[in-house]
Design a protein around this ligand. Structure first.
Ligand code: ADP
Ligand code: MG
Length: 439
């Protein structure tokens, strides 16, 4: 469909996206260009990979078309003059840099019981690339320092070995890059980008779940690097054996080297992280306040930092003293929410099914009737809102759907709640129901 001047085309997988784009880019761009400017419903088009198209090929119209901003997608923008080449938006970033974030170093990584082993393995790999553990596979829940460790390896290795070639890439970027390279006949540049490196740091590999062609490309990249004694470091939200939608040969390669996890930090580590953060941001925060924050925000370091920032921002905006009572006031919402937040996804799905007079299997299943689809999206929304499950995990729960589907459901329901009283009421009533049933 057309949205915001962009024509969206859904295809079932990466390879179709690439081939379609390759063959159809020029004809579509030309057709769009012929429509007079003021009538043109769209000046650009995007190919969107929507794995659900396979299962719904011959059922009802697709109610869950995923906006391209949320998934592997390619954008082509109409040239301003007919002489200019189409601009490829998703490859605008520089190809030559390492893409390392200088904020994430070993120096500002706080070591505790929860990450001691992962940290030691990461240091070992940076000090002796391809000689210590290859690959190094780090897994753990969101917000526990995986990305930080990945960048720190690159940063440290570059300080030890001048001229070493390091490249950091998220699995999503890798996927987009792969699709673009096929579409543009630039396969060899793609290969060079990922194979002519000494250390490849690839983040959130679970993103490649169910993407057979991109996995294949990664498989070859991995083999080439490994065969040439180049280091590969991989992160994921689950250990290799729980990576569903991956080929066995991929999973077994992930197990060749060392597998380590990062866990939720204990109280002492949380306090130490806050101290370090306050120090580097030059925030003056009393010890008791830091201890308080560390006590109430316990499972996610990203949220821990967020709470610290909220408290200090509130104090400076109001020119008030940063003391315990202020911290308690500012964090009250977070804490109340946290208490009420202890709801299991099963509770949510059961309550939603009951409310809509559907079965739990309807919500897990693939029915695309409008009413089931909305109920399912509301259940996904509530799982996102009320549990700490990651997007991919919520997707898995709902019959192995892609995490972009969950993201889309979340956004759609958030939007609908503002526009449609009925949706707002439904979500509120199910939430109340959940509260009433306890946990
Ligand atoms: P993940 O990739 O596991 O989701 P991140 O690496 O993005 O988590 O970490 C989330 C935030 O917490 C980042 O700002 C990171 O710098 C910070 N962080 C995580 N672990 C530590 C640690 N051990 N010491 C200091 N900061 C940390
Ligand atoms: Mg991360």
């Amino acid at each position: 469909g057309v949205m915001g001047g962009t024509l969206y085309l859904d295809v079932p997988n990466d390879l179709t996206a690439a081939q379609f784009t390759k063959r159809m880019r020029m004809p579509i761009m030309e057709a769009l260009a012929k429509v007079p400017q003021d009538e043109a419903p769209a000046s650009t088009f995007r190919v969107v990979v929507n794995p659900e198209l396979i299962e719904s090929a011959d059922s009802e119209p697709e109610p869950e078309a995923i906006p391209a901003t949320m998934t592997a997608a390619q954008t082509f923008t109409l040239p301003r003059s007919p002489l200019e080449e189409p601009v490829e938006v998703s490859s605008a970033a520089s190809r030559t840099d390492t893409r390392l974030n200088p904020k994430y170093t070993f120096d500002n990584f706080v070591i505790g019981q929860s990450n001691r082993f992962a940290h030691a393995a990461a240091v070992a790999v940076a000090e002796a690339p391809a000689k210590a553990y290859n690959p190094l596979f780090v897994y753990g829940d969101s917000g526990l320092g995986k990305t930080h460790l990945l960048h720190a390896i690159g940063d440290y290795a570059m300080s030890l070995y001048s001229g070493i070639r390091v490249r950091y890439v998220s699995s999503e970027e890798f996927t987009n890059d792969f699709i673009n390279s096929i579409a543009n006949n630039r396969g060899s540049a793609f290969q060079a980008r990922y194979r002519d490196v000494d250390i490849l740091l690839i983040d959130d590999i679970q993103f490649l779940q169910g993407r057979a062609e991109t996995q294949e490309a990664f498989f070859h990249t991995f083999n080439t690097l490994h065969d040439h004694d180049k280091q590969v470091v991989i992160t994921s939200d689950v250990p290799p054996k729980h990576l569903t939608g991956f080929e066995d040969r991929m999973r077994s390669r992930f197990e060749w080297g060392l597998i380590t996890d990062v866990q939720a930090p204990d109280l002492e580590t949380r306090i130490a992280i806050l101290r370090k953060k306050a120090q580097s941001e030059r925030l003056h925060i009393p010890d008791e306040v830091m201890e308080y924050i560390a006590t109430v925000v316990s499972s996610n370091i990203r949220e821990l930092e967020g709470a610290l920032i909220r408290v200090s921002a509130f104090a400076s905006l109001n020119r008030s003293n940063l003391d315990m009572s202020l911290a308690q006031t500012v964090l009250r919402d977070i804490i109340d929410q946290d208490d009420a937040n202890v709801v299991s996804p099963t509770d949510i799905i059961t309550a939603t099914a009951q409310y809509f007079k559907l079965t739990v299997d309807d919500l897990y299943g693939s029915s695309r009737s409008q009413s089931v689809a909305i109920a399912r999206q509301i259940a996904m929304y509530l799982c996102r809102e009320r549990t700490s499950l990651s997007l991919p995990k919520i997707g898995q729960l709902f019959g192995n759907r892609d995490h972009t589907t969950v993201m889309y459901a979340y956004k759609k329901i958030s939007d609908l709640m503002k526009e449609r009283r009925s949706i707002y009421n439904q979500v509120t009533e199910i939430t109340t129901q959940l509260g009433r049933n306890g946990r």
